[in-house]
Design a protein around this ligand. Sequence first.
Ligand code: RM4
Ligand code: MN
Ligand code: MN
Length: 432
Amino acid sequence: MNTTFAINDSFIAEQNRKAKAWLDEDYEHLGRQLRRRGVEIEDLTDQAQSFKVAVPSWGVGTGGTRFARFPGPGEPRGVYEKLEDCATINRLVRATPTVSLHIPWDKPEDPSELREFAASLGLGFDAMNSNTFQDHPGQKLSYKFGSLTHPDHAVREQAVEHNMECIEIGKKLGSKAHTVWIGDGGNFPGQQHFRRTLERYIESLREIYKALPDDWRVFIEHKLYEPAFYSTVINDWGTSYYCATQLGPKAQCLVDLGHHAPNVNIEMIVARLIQFGKLAGFHFNDSKYGDDDLDAGSIKPFQLFLIFNELVDAELSGAADFNPAYMLDQSHNVTDPIESLMLSAVELQRAYVQAHLVDRAGLEAAQEQCDAIRALATLKQAFTTDVAPVIAMARQRAGGAIDPLAVYRASGYRQRKAEERPAVLSISAGIV
Ligand code: RM4
Ligand code: MN
Ligand code: MN
């Protein structure tokens, strides 16, 4: 079946030969530097290798804004081609072995066949995602005025059933979690009764919760605004936390980095959710203004580091119920999605490795002594350490590319896909 172009291991190895001598030199130098600080570089490289993040199926197509979408050449035209692109990303960065599917955008006709196909590419499936924020062809009732919180019971029921269908598909794919993000809310004051809509949400979620297999979790994703511009039902982490608590232990709160008011201290929200045993995981992306869905680490890399500082702190201290799912959720409007996703995965790995570099005993001592400047300097020392050689070495040892972007471009993958995949008029999946 797989007669399409793929970047193979020997091409990567051949390209790596050009960069290997420099990498060895940089790695050795960094290793000496770190040893002076009492850090063993090999430990960091192991940590880099252990870091994995899921790629969103909707992220490999070109995204768009409310105004327009400018399709790129060789876009995947269906879920099978999307998986091919996801596999390409993983082949080069070796940090993205799973895919998070959006239903019905990427609804497989035969989930078992899709699972086999994914496995043949070395891929598995992360959390499922439902979509009741738009109407789909053939759907009976409209979500124009809401879905899981709609005043009409029949609409709510339809939305609940859709979520159950996602779980059913996910079971066949080997997924273990289901993410619920709804666009429900109001555009005008008075449009919705705040307390009644939230009650209806919890009632609907209880039905979905009942359909979860024992070893599954449901992730509640909050978002400040959009598409509802006045009020959103699940608008912040507090509401999300309340709902998750009402539902039970299998319900947790998902943090999408773009879903907060500007300047909100997201790392602190993360710490709170960890402390309460309710951190589901992340939709990583970056933003300047709102839910911009820009590439992770492209706008606020220090914030990303501070978030990972909390995560690594929790990991090292063995926090209870701490098993965060890491996923990317981005919209690539002006870049090649494969390039964006590769570099985003690398940015996350970088933040993860740097967070492991924090002198935790030193930080704690500074905190206890109320030494603010030393505490900050401790974090900055980790954040300003260039760990690129560690990440490149981790990739190369796993069979990936020392320089993923350069190898991807040298392979001519996109041009080959442009030939193999003549454009279709409308691509249903993706964020437009
Ligand atoms: C939303 C939210 C969801 C994503 C949709 C496409 O803003 O981030 O996670 O599934 O966009
Ligand atoms: Mn999201
Ligand atoms: Mn979003």
